[in-house]
Design a protein. Structure first.
Length: 383
């Protein structure tokens, strides 16, 4: 089956009682057992350990990623946490992309570092740098590509080869492109991580996360953490995400087409100093973007003349674009990472990895692209 067919039908079956075409919301704490000797005969006992609505979403995402199995979580950060807990113990070492979501950086440096886990934040766009960072106690390489917010890419195949040779788990945060455009497991990664809050939901309605494993053995380790830590997705969130996922490809195609047009407009504007979008020929890793993904996504970043103050004025001047911290929704969202998504990353570290004070992140939505360009153009005229 093609991707669009799978995103509609995978994991979803008519309800055997009513014939409902939509998976019911099984809003139940517990599930009645036939007898002690037939415990778990129907597969469910307590919703922390498994729920039919959540299981439908897990099956759908696993199919879309071509993975062995998927686990879903209360947030994207809970998904990251599950991977860390399933692969690392005190005294272990992990390599993390030096450009990553601020919450990932915060979790590693302020939580797990306190428990004796060592982290190296490495430029994973350079395989030689990754190879040099590998230690005898390295157990996890966590890459984010495209990276948030600079869109720097990691060669998934090259890093997977390094990880495989050393017996290290390679997990990829695939939130920005989703399996519609990029499938890390097909490129040798062991796990693909998502904030389902973003493109899977697509409507600013939920918060959730998912991890797709390439093997049942890895899935069992991650699933154990999901249950033991209780970082589960609720049935209602799973139901909403199931509906959003059915239109993932259509939304991403439109959002990406809008993003290309907006990026080209920004690149030609005299008040814009830098534009980065993987679909532009000027993007430093344009060839890699074409080779490991089937599309370029809907995320753009740019700097404006006048630096941080001009950037703030721009974001305060837009009317159609919305100043907010999410991404991947049908609405176009504009964000200032230094004061919003990456505020917990130290200033020196932000500067080191290219998150400048004036960087503006744009998550392009489904609006008519001419209206978006007019809104951004009017805002640029005000700075």
């Amino acid at each position: 089956m093609g991707f669009s067919t799978k995103q509609v039908h995978a994991g979803v079956r008519p309800d055997p009682v009513s014939g409902s075409i939509l998976t019911p919301v099984f809003q139940s704490t517990t599930f009645v057992q036939e007898s002690v000797d037939q415990y778990l005969a129907k597969g469910y006992s307590y919703s922390r350990s498994g729920n039919p609505t959540v299981a439908a979403l897990e099956e759908k995402i696993a199919v879309l990623e071509d993975g062995a199995a998927c686990t879903c979580y209360s947030t994207g950060m809970a998904a990251i946490q599950a991977v860390i807990q399933a692969t690392l113990s005190a005294g272990d070492h992990a390599i993390i992309s030096d450009v990553a979501y601020g919450g990932t950086y915060r979790l590693c440096t302020t939580v797990y570092a306190r428990y004796g886990v060592e982290f190296s934040f490495v430029d994973t766009s350079d395989p030689d740098a990754v190879q040099a960072a590998v230690r005898d106690n390295t157990r996890l390489i966590l890459t984010e590509t495209p990276a948030n917010p600079t869109l720097k890419l990691t060669d998934i195949r090259a890093i997977s080869d390094i990880a495989q040779a050393a017996g290290i788990v390679h997990a990829v945060d695939n939130t920005f492109l989703t399996p519609f455009y990029q499938r890390p497991l097909e490129l040798g990664a062991n796990a693909s991580i998502h904030s389902t809050t973003k493109y899977f939901d697509g409507h600013n309605a939920t918060v959730g996360g998912a991890v797709v494993a390439d093997s049942d053995a890895l899935d069992e380790k991650i699933r154990y953490v999901q249950n033991a830590a209780g970082v589960i997705m609720s049935p209602w969130v799973a139901w909403l995400t199931l509906q959003g996922t059915k239109t993932l490809s259509i939304r991403l195609e439109r959002q990406s087409a809008n993003a290309v047009t907006i990026a080209q407009f920004l690149e030609s504007h005299p008040k814009v100093t830098t534009v980065r979008y993987p679909g532009l020929a000027s993007f430093p890793q344009f060839e890699l973007a074409k080779s490991q993904a089937s599309g370029f996504g809907a995320m753009i970043w740019f700097d404006v003349v006048g630096g941080v103050q001009a950037g703030k004025q721009l974001m305060d001047s837009v009317e159609l674009c919305t100043l907010a911290e999410n991404l991947g929704s049908v609405e176009t969202l504009i964000t200032h990472p230094v004061t919003m998504t990456h505020a917990d990353v130290e200033a020196a570290e932000r500067q080191r990895v290219g998150i400048t004070d004036g960087l503006v992140r744009l998550s392009v939505g489904l609006e008519d692209v001419d209206d978006l360009i007019e809104d951004i153009s009017n805002a640029l005229d005000r700075i």
